[in-house]
Design a protein around this ligand. Structure first.
Ligand code: SAM
Length: 303
């Protein structure tokens, strides 16, 4: 079903299911002999959602599958991406940042698994059902946040800054923002620009942002064909999700250029930089033409 302005979801359908898939890849990456990321909460969260295919990805049973889903490569890519953003938080908190906002947090468990300096507050924004599911599930297994953790259940296409402020966010303090896996086509292009402009308006001097951006599915015939292959492969393995329909069509925002044009200092990365930094194999030629190639990454600072 095509996206609608006010569509909602949980972790087993629509865009919510992508959060579960990414968490399953992090769980699999955590089980690797020399893991690049350690996310012990990913597997219990994925199991609690209960999609059989994603459970099998999380446990590593799908390691052998190298069909359209390309699970081993996905495990590397999402593992390297998680590691890159973990390192980003280590660097900015070392530099003194104590206010963090993770937008579109999904099943991100950094508030529970990273070691944060005393006095750090981590805010997480996502759809209410997503936030509620994660906090309840982690509480049931006895997990405790490692820092002050505040959740904001709201749609990012609506007036989220008011809700963030109501939760205690202080725009006089520098902030580290993370947008992982959302500015890649999951918001309408105008909502991306609004989100970035809100981030800019809420950012005191010394703030940082890290994100991936672009569109996982381009408009070319090749891209559409690839998306269809993913949809078909998911269905073959028992999960119905029209992958192409999740993505808003059109030109998506070049986050690095948007911030640079507004005075932020930006550094651009490509996925292969992250893989190399994590000591993982290069992208195969097929992946270089796939969704991975349409996505760039950025870290930015307002000096
Ligand atoms: N950042 C997490 C990670 O990397 O594991 C989750 C990424 S997942 C691919 C995309 C996330 O974006 C989902 O959790 C989804 O609920 C969230 N999202 C997408 N559109 C949203 C919206 N309009 N409002 C709130 N959350 C949204």
């Amino acid at each position: 079903m095509a996206r609608a302005e006010d569509d909602t979801w949980d972790l087993a359908n629509s865009v919510g299911a992508t959060a579960t898939l990414v968490a399953a890849a992090r769980a699999a990456a955590t089980k690797r002999p020399q893991p690049v990321v350690s996310d012990p909460f990913a597997e219990p969260l994925v199991r609690a959602v209960g999609i059989d295919l994603f459970n099998r990805v999380a446990t590593g049973e799908f390691e052998g599958d190298d069909g359209a889903l390309g699970i081993p490569r996905m495990t590397d890519m999402f593992g390297a991406r998680a590691r890159f953003f973990d390192d980003f938080f280590a660097q900015v908190t070392d530099a003194g940042i104590r206010q963090v906002v993770i937008v579109a947090a999904g099943l991100d468990s950094r508030s529970y698994r990273l070691s944060w300096p005393a006095g750090t507050t981590v805010y997480e924004i996502d759809q209410p059902e997503v936030i509620e599911f994660k906090t309840t599930t982690l509480s049931k297994i006895g997990a405790k946040p490692t820092t002050e953790h505040r959740t904001v259940g709201i749609d990012l296409r609506s007036d989220w800054p008011a809700a963030l402020r109501a939760a205690g966010f202080d725009d006089a303090q520098p902030t580290a923002w993370l947008a992982e896996g959302v500015l890649i086509g999951f918001l309408p292009p105008q909502a991306e620009v609004r989100l970035l402009n809100n981030v800019i308006a809420l950012s005191a001097k010394g703030s940082h942002l890290a994100a991936d951006h672009g569109s996982v599915i381009g408009s070319s015939d090749d891209s559409q064909e690839q998306a269809q292959k993913i949809t078909d492969a998911l269905a073959r393995h028992g999960f119905e999700l029209d992958y192409a329909e999740l993505i808003y069509p059109g030109e998506h925002t070049d986050v690095a250029a948007h911030l640079r044009d507004r005075g932020w200092h930006v550094i651009r990365y490509r996925l292969h930089d992250l893989l190399t930094a994590a000591g993982l194999p290069e992208l195969r030629t097929a992946d270089q033409q796939g969704p991975a190639n349409n996505v760039g990454l950025v870290t930015a600072e307002l000096k």
